[in-house]
Design a protein around this ligand. Sequence first.
Ligand SMILES: [Zn+2]
Length: 301
Amino acid sequence: MRIGIDLGGTKIEGILMDREGNVTQVIRRAAPRDHYEKTLQAIEALVRELDLLAGDKHPIGIGTPGTWVPGRSAMKNCNSTWLNGRPLLDDLIRLLNRSIRIANDADCFALSEAVAGAGRLCPCVFGIILGTGVGGGWVLNGRILAGPNGLSGEWGHTPLPYFRSDGHSNGAEADLPDRECYCGRVNCVETFLSGSGLSLTHRLLSGENREADKVADSEFGERTYNLYTSMLARALAQIVNIVDPDIIVCGGGVSNSKHLYRDLPGKVAKYTFSSEGATQIVPAEHGDASGARGAAWLNPA
Ligand SMILES: [Zn+2]
């Protein structure tokens, strides 16, 4: 058995997963906010519950909303900012006294889908998250590729290509203003492709205020999605040109829209250095469960 923990901004999910990838127990608890020690205590309590249910102690994988920097023994880039600079992994190993592996939640998502999800037959899987934020992970032959900066797959904070100079969106974005990103840069992919980015685009095009999951119901929704998929295609084409993955698996709330997949492969092909269009682009199989599942897969057995 393996234990997988998905440490989110609002909830902590813990699972027990058997050797074949079947999840036998799921526990969800509210995540303490703005308090590092309470976060540690909540994870410890959840693992103790899973230990009791399993009747034994099993290795733990944990997915976090940031990056573990081994050289500094500290977390960074967490939108749960109370984790930044803290020795999360070292503290958990001390508290729980066993093997623990840690990874970014988008990397866990990609691993889950690569090992036993939509990418299970593919050697090279790029997983993308289109949700509150935009992130990603890159898995090759069942292993997360992690570079020296812990940044592999972070396409959300690269600039949107061809902004305002796109020949395929019928000029719809010509008058859109620049978007400042919380990371300090301007016009990051995340500012356009996150849920709030989609809502903002819809408001600017139609004058309507709608949450991202309600845009499709609008009489102007088609126009918004046409532009959104064009932007997404331009951003994904960069990934295809550099990584050329066998498959791109999409997760996060915005990825649930069926509007996304109809036109996307053709649009991506327009912006890549090849017209093959051989890259599969599909929704995730495990949805929100992929965070904890991928965390469990971080351990080899
Ligand atoms: Zn940014």
